[in-house]
Design a protein around this ligand. Structure first.
Ligand SMILES: Nc1ncnc2c1ncn2[C@@H]1O[C@H](COP(=O)(O)OP(=O)(O)OP(=O)(O)O)[C@@H](O)[C@H]1O
Length: 751
């Protein structure tokens, strides 16, 4: 089904009709729209893979996208990318908590919306309806990006490389999901990080290796998570599935006995067996060659993080200073990390500072000690995640003799807008602005530029350009006189001039020791109030006009999250641990802090051992975009038809909103009026020239092409002749080809 022939209402009608028939994939111009079925659909597996490979099936599918990426990689000798994204605006807030209390009352904890509860518990039906209406009109995560990425990987992996590498690539999924996914209110298996997997191919077109890059893991979840949500799956899987010896070695308790896990009152996921998942994860680790010893170290770190949360403090004076309480938690942490209780106490209750060139030791208050403990837990977990990805990459980089050709699959968080939007949404939405720019560039800008360059008659199709919003985030300009001053920021990844964009203002404020979230918000208002994409709000808030809608951000916690400081004392503490894995984490952190010394912009205050989170993210995104720019992109837009994670419920408004947000409707418009299929005159003349019945006066490819089109009476409104290419309306090239092939001329030729 090609939506490109259709008007907007019929696009919507068709999507809904197809969804009701389990046809969850639809093409909108070059973009594949995937509507989450929330149930098993009979569209996958070897039979389907074979059919798409042999071209006996050509209906829209992730397999078809992966297949054309593969073919184009081989024929054009250009790297390809499959960019999977979703766009939603989601609620949190009171109704969600109301819903949680409803399901708890029904004794159906962890189930987002049990269908049997709707019918049998009449008193709750009204609440259900209100919630349903509310949720359907806002939309949320769980659109199906990760599943789609896995389906694309499955297709590519089915090619077989003979070395088993494709199986290894698939087995990275359970590991990354265990350590980087969590149950949220919106999705039982929500990815809390972005992921790019680059699959490498040999000269014969076989998979010979892969490389994974991850982005911005949500580490705050390790120490804090909302009611009804869970922390990372691995915590629950380890506690449920560790064999007795490991359980004893790690001194594991039940999940509801750990403070970090207890706070959200949610321990299980309907239909998921954590113990079984643990076995699948260890099996996957074996397959990607993570040694038994390393696995034990990994699980020791996971257990250490859990036990750190249980380390408590005793107040030792009337200034609220503390020491750690020496009990099971502290003892277990020191055993698992390989440090002494004294060192653990020192790092959590005291801080070394340099004041006026003099070294002093400051005692920590209860709040400071608790923050230090949580920062250590978050850093340990984030380092562990990074380390695991590194190990996986080592294992996947087997095929050194590769062609340099690759297909990258990008599965990155979608646009987010909740009741309360914090630093995480700020970064995620910035990433989405970047990706939307990439989408616009390829589907609107470059497309239309090509028409103009080739001199065809073309009335420009307007599209929502998000350049202004990107500038608000990234660029530096002088407010005086309102003149934009395009100063380089990205070459080095660091600003070289006075910062006046959202990111650089945030970074600058993060380096002032006395700055607060309020001074940051005021600074934004002072510098950016004249910007049309920015609006200062009361107090600590500000609003950004994103391409997908306005989002109000609350700056509470922005500075702290952006600084993401782990005090040098904590790094040195990890370096002193006897186990090799915390030592490795420490060296990595120290290496990062060394690199920073060469950066002129960041002041050398004692704590600035790390690049700020926003700047690191900006650098990562910049590299990502550079990488994607050198590929031919294939876009998949995932749509969530309801927020209840249930099959057969299709919220028209919700779908429409997502289609609008992600530019699909504009793509349909441009595909209808545009000429998406094209072929150079040379290629067209070479392919069909032999069909000409009469000699053409001039043998140049353009004249031959035009003569062929005339001979077969191809309607003039179906194509345009450019300087270098023929441009065909949607699908017309194919119809044209069919026409040519079924013509008498070809029959004559064959005879
Ligand atoms: N093609 C599919 N077939 C069957 N079920 C699917 C499919 N795609 C998604 N789902 C269901 O939807 C759920 C959410 O999908 P997924 O985790 O891929 O969403 P996501 O967009 O990656 O979400 P998040 O942004 O929270 O990570 C899956 O756990 C699965 O139950």
């Amino acid at each position: 089904m090609q939506l490109s022939y259709l008007s907007e209402p019929s696009v919507l009608y068709n999507l809904q009709y197809r969804y009701s028939q389990d046809m969850i994939y639809t093409k909108a111009g070059p973009v594949l729209v995937a509507v989450n079925p929330f149930k098993k659909v009979a569209l996958y597996g070897n039979e389907y893979i074979k059919a798409y490979r042999n071209k006996t099936m050509d209906s829209p599918h992730v397999y078809a996208i992966a297949d054309s990426a593969l073919r184009e990689m081989k024929s054009d000798e250009v790297n390809q990318s499959i960019i999977i994204s979703s766009h939603y605006k989601g609620p949190t807030g009171i109704l969600k908590y109301a819903w949680l209390s409803v399901i708890q009352k029904l004794g159906l904890e962890s189930s987002p919306l049990p269908t049997d509860a709707i019918g049998t518990h009449q008193p709750y039906n009204l609440i259900y309806l209100i919630l349903f209406f509310y949720m359907v009109h806002h939309g949320e995560s769980g659109a199906g990006k990760t599943e789609t990425a896995k389906i694309a990987m499955q297709y590519l992996a089915s090619l077989g490389g003979g070395s088993g590498i494709e199986y290894e690539i698939l087995q990275t999924n359970p590991i990354l999901e265990a350590f980087g996914n969590a149950k949220t209110l919106r999705n039982d298996n929500s990815s809390r990080f972005g992921k790019l997997i680059e699959i490498h191919f040999s000269t014969t077109g076989r998979i010979c290796g892969a490389m994974i890059q991850t982005f911005l893991l949500e580490k705050s979840r390790v120490v804090q998570c909302a009611v009804g949500e869970r922390s990372y799956h691995i915590f629950y899987q380890l506690c449920a599935g560790a064999p007795t010896t490991l359980r004893e070695k790690l001194n594991l308790k039940k999940v509801d006995e750990y403070k970090y896990l207890k706070q959200s009152c949610c321990y299980s996921i309907a239909g998921v067996d954590d113990a079984e998942m643990f076995r699948a994860v260890t099996e996957a680790m074996n397959i990607v060659h993570i040694s038994k010893e390393d696995q034990d170290n990994v699980f020791a770190m996971v257990s250490a993080v859990l036990w750190l949360g249980d380390v408590s403090f005793t107040i030792i004076d009337n200034e609220n200073h503390v020491e750690i309480t020496v009990e099971e938690a502290a003892e277990t942490v020191s055993r698992l990390l390989g440090c002494s209780i004294e060192d653990l106490n020192l790092v959590l209750s005291k801080r070394h500072m340099k004041v006026n060139n003099e070294n002093i030791v400051q005692k920590l208050t209860l709040t400071q000690a608790t923050d230090t403990r949580d920062a250590l837990a978050k850093a340990l977990y984030a380092s562990l995640f990074e380390w695991l990805v590194e190990q996986i990459n080592k294992s996947l980089s087997v095929g050194k003799r590769r062609t340099g050709r690759s297909i990258s699959i990008l599965d990155i968080y979608g646009f987010e807008s909740f009741d309360k939007n914090s630093f995480e949404q700020f970064c995620i939405n910035y990433a989405n602005e970047r990706l939307q720019q990439h989408f616009n560039r390829h589907l609107f800008k470059l497309e239309q530029e090509e028409y103009v360059e080739d001199g065809i008659d073309w009335a420009k199709v307007e599209f929502e350009d998000n350049q202004d919003c990107l500038n608000l985030f990234e660029k530096h300009w002088e407010n005086k006189g309102g003149i934009y001053n395009w100063l380089i920021t990205m070459d080095s990844g660091f600003p070289t001039k006075k910062p006046l964009g959202l990111l650089s203002l945030l970074d600058e404020e993060s380096t002032f020791p006395n700055a607060t979230d309020l001074t940051f918000a005021n600074k934004l208002k002072q510098h950016l109030d004249t910007n049309s994409c920015f609006r200062g709000e009361r107090g600590k808030a500000f609003t950004v006009r994103h391409y997908a809608g306005e989002v109000a951000y609350d700056t509470s916690g922005f500075l702290e999250k952006n600084r993401d400081l782990l005090h040098m004392d904590s790094i040195q503490f990890l370096a002193k641990c006897k186990l090799s894995i915390p030592q490795t984490f420490a060296s990595k952190m120290l290496a990062q802090s060394d690199n920073l010394e060469s950066i002129p912009y960041r002041p050398s205050v004692a704590d600035s051992q790390k690049l700020s989170v926003a700047m690191k993210f900006k650098g990562q995104l910049f590299q990502l975009m550079q990488r994607l720019e050198s590929t031919t992109p294939h876009f998949i837009r995932c749509i969530k038809p309801n927020n209840l994670q249930l099959p057969a419920i299709y919220g028209q408004e919700l779908v429409l909103q997502q289609l609008k947000c992600c530019g699909v409707l504009e793509v349909v418009r441009i595909s209808r009026s545009g000429y998406p299929t094209r072929m150079t005159h040379q290629k067209f003349a070479r392919r069909y020239g032999f069909l000409l019945l009469e000699d053409v006066a001039s043998q140049d490819p353009l004249s031959v092409s035009v003569a062929i089109l005339h001979q077969f009476n191809i309607l003039p409104e179906m194509y345009q002749v450019g300087y270098t290419k023929l441009f065909f309306r949607t699908g017309q090239n194919r119809q044209c080809t069919d026409l040519l092939l079924s013509s008498k001329a070809i029959n004559k030729y064959i005879q």
